[in-house]
Design a protein. Structure first.
Length: 695
């Protein structure tokens, strides 16, 4: 303490100085320290800037995802003392890949429940903290931050002391490699958002091409065409052709358009960028921005192409996207090998006014100067007839493929793919009622009659708890009936419970009911011949091109564990589906009729009201006119009366004047007569002519 005093003493002066001087000395001291701190800080920044190489990675770009995955696996990152937690899967890494620094309730006894979604919590260092990570002989300074441009999107800055940026390149490449190794079995799906940005939405398992059932050659053609395109960049460049290719998949709903795109993306290891053209926010500008922002190699999927064409204010009549029949015929003559025209009838449904995308905007976005190259464009539509021919020209949609309802051939193949065969490797049978031996005989009357008591008994035993004793063993052994043989006590959870119940109960449980026994999630594998026969029976019952593959798939799913039933009941299913369709059609027609009738009535009422209003208005107008005329006539009559009165008055005055003059004359006559001259009298007033203007 004394030592400190002796140090400060000379600075603040001895005890004899005035307090003002002491204060000033303190200010100078503080200022010096602060200046020194600032100089040191700016010197450090200068040092960093001149010796450190810094790379910035934005959340919107791929390397950010690669590096976040890489970082999540670094112990230094995981050991961060300032962190935040998240359960959101906002980037492709989270949820599927950032397992290394995530945690959950791993001891959860319900963990084995199939389909249970496990919520994982991910630790990640807070934004604006700097971490030092050692990588290949270099110390990296890593900092997570946010952009100041108002978007709030995250950035990652990595600084390193190095002569050149090769270490950063190595880092990015390694992160990419690790990321892709993880992604090899999955495809990433990005959706367009209203700000014109792509947002990662989902990561899906690849779909095997073999699971898509299409007419022979279609899948193979599309796959080889896309593959060929991807390796032809130079070919396109040499010929000055824009390096883009478009595929239009059109046809009935549920025929496999989306599934095929998914499978192709998996085969080509490309991510899918989806734009729904019916989104309310879509506009020419947003679409152009989006198209300019897709990466070089990817699949862009424009869903429901026909839905883009709405009667929005920005579009003229000619660009409604609904070509007339003559235009459609022209399109059908396009020389595309796979272009098969749809003969579907033209529907006159009205499209809704939801967005302001124009046809020219869409065309520009697809192949305008701002459109990116190298991408594969897939567009799907259920209403080919609604598309404008401009969309179909080669260069925009080079290959057209029509998807129809399932043929018999497809139905058979679908059946064969659906059920496991003993010829297949790795047949997995899921969801058996494990441990329960299913009854071979129908339940005995005794068992049935006791089923109520047995249930009660079972409830009682579970309520009263378990008490195993010798009598329970003798009970189960003495009940040598079909019912007792229906339950095996050697199985897992369900059977153990049944067995425990059995030990304490006086009554045996009923045998498993047939319906319950039949409820399985998969069927045992069928031998090749049986499967072929059943598949043929199934296909025989399915009419050609009447049902979509999705509908057949739905039927097979209902019979997932019963291939025989699936095959033999298919004809009945077809009948019931037809009946249902017919019923739905009738209901729809009835509804439409009612709606039309309602509309007709509304229109009639409106017309009636309008007519009434018009009559009322004309009546009012007539009355107003009449009033006006009457008023005018009245006014004119008043004016006439006033004029007449005035005239009368003038006449009177004139008469008066004449009389006065005569008097004077007579006076002067006497004078004149005395002189011998005479002067005639002047008229006293002018006559006013009044016309009736109403005539
Ligand atoms: N050809 C097919 N091969 C295999 N599965 C199919 C096929 N067609 C449809 N499916 C199945 O039917 C369901 C719907 O298929 P998908 O979404 O691909 O049809 P879509 O033609 O894109 O329908 P939409 O036009 O309504 O979007 C999926 O579960 C898919 O597995």
């Amino acid at each position: 303490m004394d030592a400190l005093k002796s140090l400060v003493q000379p600075l603040v002066g001895g005890g004899g100085g005035s307090s003002m001087i002491d204060g000033m000395k303190l200010v100078v001291l503080g200022g010096t320290v602060e200046t020194a701190r600032r100089v040191a800080s700016s010197g450090w920044s200068h040092f960093i800037n001149s010796f450190f190489l810094t790379a910035h990675f934005s959340e919107e770009d791929y390397p950010y995802d690669w590096l976040m995955l890489w970082l999540s696996r670094r112990p230094e990152w995981q050991r961060s003392r300032e962190f935040e937690t998240t359960t959101r899967t906002s980037t492709p890494g989270f949820g599927t890949r950032l397992a290394d620094n995530s945690f959950g309730d791993d001891d959860d006894e319900n963990e084995d429940i199939p389909g249970k979604v496990k919520t994982r919590v991910v630790f990640q260092p807070t934004a604006n903290t700097t971490h030092t990570i050692y990588y290949r002989g270099h110390w990296l300074r890593v900092r997570r931050g946010r952009k100041n441009d108002g978007s709030g999107s995250e950035t990652l800055s990595i600084s390193v002391v190095a002569r050149n940026n090769s270490i950063l390149k190595q880092l990015v490449l390694q992160a990419k490699k690790e990321y892709e190794a993880e992604a090899v079995h999955r495809i990433q799906i990005y959706f367009a958002d209203s700000h014109g940005c792509w947002r990662w939405t989902d990561s899906r398992h690849k779909r095997p091409m073999s699971s898509i059932v299409l007419n022979p050659g279609v899948k193979e053609m599309l796959l080889s065409d896309t593959k060929d395109f991807l390796k032809s960049e130079k070919w396109y460049a040499d010929r000055g052709i824009p390096f883009r290719r478009g595929y239009l998949l059109h046809g009935v709903p549920g025929s496999g358009k989306s599934s095929l795109i998914h499978a192709i993306a998996g085969e080509l290891m490309l991510d899918i960028y989806v734009v729904s053209l019916s989104s309310s926010w879509i506009s020419d500008g947003t679409l152009t921005t989006l198209m300019g922002r897709v990466p070089a190699r990817c699949i862009v999927l424009l869903e429901d192409l026909d839905a883009a064409f709405t009667r929005s204010t920005s579009r003229d009549d000619e660009s409604t996207g609904s070509p007339d029949s003559s235009k459609t015929a022209t399109v059908s003559n396009e020389p595309t090998d796979f272009h098969l025209r749809s003969s579907r009838r033209h529907r006159t449904e009205h499209l809704s006014d939801v967005n302001t995308l124009s046809l020219s905007g869409l065309l520009n976005a697809l192949d305008g100067v701002a459109a990116s190259e190298g991408r594969i464009l897939f567009a799907t539509t259920n209403h080919l007839e609604r598309l404008d021919p401009a969309l179909s020209r080669p260069g925009r949609m080079d290959v057209w493929v029509e998807f129809r309802n399932a043929s018999k051939w497809q139905a058979e193949l679908l059946f064969r793919n659906f059920f496991p065969s003993t010829d297949d490797d790795n047949v997995v049978i899921e969801g058996e009622l494990e441990g329960i031996e299913l009854p071979t005989k129908p339940p005995s009357p005794t068992t049935e009659s006791t089923s109520g008591a047995s249930t009660l008994s079972s409830m009682f035993s579970s309520f009263a708890g378990q008490s195993t004793n010798a009598s329970s063993v003798s009970l189960s052994s003495c009940a040598g009936t079909a019912a007792s043989s229906s339950v095996s006590t050697s199985g897992k959870a369900p059977s153990t419970r049944a067995g425990d119940g059995l030990k304490n109960q006086a009554y045996l449980p009923p045998s498993v009911e047939e319906e319950i026994a039949a409820f399985k999630h998969s069927s045992p594998p069928l031998d090749g011949n049986t499967l072929s026969k059943l598949a043929k029976d199934f296909a025989d019952s399915i009419p050609d091109e009447e049902f979509s593959v999705a509908a057949l798939q739905g039927y097979l799913l209902k019979n997932k564990s019963r291939p025989e039933d699936a095959a033999h009941n298919a004809a009945a299913w077809v009948v019931s589906e037809r009946e249902m369709r017919e019923r739905l059609k009738k209901e729809r027609e009835l509804k439409e009729k009612q709606a039309r009738e309602k509309r007709r009535k509304e229109l009639l009422e409106k017309a009636e009201e309008k007519k009434k209003a018009e009559e009322e208005a004309s009546k009012k107008a007539l009355e107003a006119e009449k009033n006006k005329t009457e008023e005018k006539a009245k006014r004119e009559a008043e004016e006439t009366a006033a004029a007449e009165a005035e005239l009368k008055q003038l006449q009177n005055e004139a008469a008066l004047d004449t009389a006065t003059a005569e008097n004077k004359d007579s006076d002067s006559e006497s004078d004149v007569s005395s002189s011998g001259t005479s002067t005639p009298a002047e008229p006293a007033a002018t006559w006013v002519k009044i016309e009736d203007s109403s005539n």
